[in-house]
Design a binder for this molecule. Structure first.
Ligand SMILES: O=P(O)(O)OC[C@H]1O[C@](O)(CO)[C@@H](O)[C@@H]1O
Length: 504
């Protein structure tokens, strides 16, 4: 850590940390810590006033951002420089939304035009009747599509999409049970086109089509990959291979052809609105400086709790059934990006990096895990996400009650409650932030996801880690391969488990 970075952290640590109730004595607090962004598809409000950030911390975090060269690093990402230093790659998912270096934006436009043609051809009947799509991918090749489809395609998807990721055959069988092979397409989504789970599931899906009367199973496959040659070699006709650039990381790839099932389920116009919402967030992130930059401000709050308060987790609760998969999506985004122990230059980090991201949906979670949030010994910063417009058409009492509960939880965590009986007392002073959308639309969802991508990047810059590699996932894969090969002897525990299961 450079002396300047050390000094910036030391200053942050030295600042007084008043309670939330004390902080609210400042009448300007709500204005200082809340913001609204007008986006395609509706506005989003952000409220960090129930966190312990104050003007002194915001200023000190701005100094930290300056000494870690946040602006230069942000500029380098959008300029297409190879900021993923350990892999020597640029990081260009924003170019897919039209924001980035010209050549990459142009290339992304051409790739989207190709994807759009295929989507529209399928909608127009070019591949016969298509009622179902089994989308096979894992990690970033599955979590984004699953989230977007579950959030946006609830009432009347053009094509019914089933996302299958797990190598556990139960996952694929569940999809088979809900699809008619004669009207089913298979999307094989893999950046590398080598991932064992995806390739095994894809082979089984082809076999299922063949065993159920489909003459040309390969003719029903669309491949979504950064390595189109591998997909062609595997047997997919080049006309149904939708490539994307290698500079788009797996967990940032929803905007590329990995989003094909989203476009197929919703229609191209909605997918374009989704991209536009993300692009509006990109422009905000690129053009706004200091704590007014909302993803950067969110990262300040994250660092406040992780580094300055020692919180090991952060929780996200969507008070919106349609965002039930949002915590899963965020887990990969945040934990795979910033769950690191070395900095981008290879030196050890100087403290905690990414907290464990977890969460669920409200109000369900209130009846399951909120006990710990209110009275447990762990301090957990919480994000609440909700929409003002309901997603349902039932009695408005449902949605009013949903929002009342969402806002009540933030108020309760902060205020706490005294009681004579210690078991009934709430300590309070527990932080939360609220993200409130006008409505959950393709545009606001796109912006919400892009906000979290940039928040993750901003956290990585403040921590000085490379947010874009993921070498930590490799060792387990290597050992699984060695187990399958049967050639290696492992520790006694692993050997005993393999013997019990009849694998060795
Ligand atoms: O798209 P691919 O290459 O199949 O990889 C799937 C996932 O596997 C990972 O590499 C982790 O194992 C993720 O980063 C990625 O999203």
């Amino acid at each position: 850590m450079s002396e300047a970075v050390k000094a910036a952290w030391a200053k942050l640590e030295s600042l007084a940390k008043p309670t939330l109730q004390t902080l609210f004595a400042d009448p300007a607090r709500l204005d200082l810590l809340s913001a609204r962004l007008d986006l395609p598809g509706g506005a989003i409000r952000f409220d960090w006033s129930k966190t312990h950030l104050d003007s002194a911390h915001l200023a000190a975090f701005e100094e930290l951002a300056e000494v870690v060269r946040f602006k230069a690093k942000r500029g380098a990402m959008f300029a297409g420089e190879a900021i993923n230093v350990t892999e020597g790659r640029a990081v260009e998912h924003t170019a897919l939304r039209g924001v980035g270096r010209d050549t990459s934006v142009e290339e992304a436009g051409a790739l989207h035009a190709r994807m759009r043609s295929l989507v529209q051809a399928i909608h127009g009947g070019a591949l016969g009747e298509v009622k179902h799509l089994i989308h096979i991918g894992i990690g970033g090749s599955a979590l984004g599509p699953a989230l977007a489809i579950d959030a946006l395609a609830r009432d009347g998807a053009v094509v019914d999409v089933h996302v299958v990721s797990n190598i556990d055959g139960c996952a694929l069988e569940a999809a088979f049970a809900r699809c008619d092979p004669a009207t089913t397409l298979i999307a094989v989504a893999s950046k590398t086109f080598t991932t064992i789970e995806t390739m095994t599931n894809a082979a089984s899906a082809l076999a299922w089509l063949g065993e159920n009367g489909v003459d040309d199973p390969y003719g029903r496959v669309v491949a979504l990959t950064a390595y189109p040659d591998k997909a062609v070699e595997w047997g997919v006709d080049e006309t149904r291979v939708l490539p994307f650039p290698e500079s788009v990381g797996g967990r940032y790839s929803l905007w590329s052809s990995i989003g094909f099932p989203v476009a197929l389920a919703l229609g191209w116009d909605e997918f374009a609105e989704f991209l536009d919402g993300a692009a509006a967030m990109d422009q905000h992130f690129l053009e706004t400086d200091g704590a007014a930059n909302l993803p950067l401000r969110a990262a300040f709050a994250d660092q406040f709790y992780t580094r300055l308060k020692g919180c090991q987790t952060r929780a996200v609760f969507a008070y919106d059934e349609r965002l039930g998969l949002f915590p899963d999506y965020l887990q990969q985004l945040e934990m795979e990006s910033n769950g690191k122990s070395v900095k981008a230059d290879g030196s050890p980090v100087d403290g905690a990096t990414a907290p464990i991201t977890w969460g669920g949906v409200g109000t369900d979670a209130q009846h399951a895990v909120f006990q710990l949030l209110h009275q447990g010994t762990n301090l957990v910063p919480v994000d609440f996400i909700a929409s003002i417009a309901p997603g349902d058409a039932l009695d408005p009492a449902h949605h009013r009650n949903l929002l009342a509960n969402c806002f009540a939880q933030g108020a309760a965590l902060m205020a706490g409650k005294d009681a004579k009986d210690p078991a009934r007392a709430y300590p309070g002073d527990r932080p939360s932030a609220t993200i409130l959308c006008d409505d959950l639309t393709p545009g606001t969802l796109g912006a919400l996801i892009a906000f979290h991508e940039h928040r993750t990047f901003a956290n990585g810059v403040l921590l000085e880690v490379n947010s874009f590699d993921q070498f930590g996932v490799e060792l387990g894969k290597e050992i699984a391969k060695a187990i399958e090969a049967g050639s290696t002897t492992f520790d006694p525990s692993t050997e005993a488990l393999l013997a019990e299961a009849g694998i060795k």
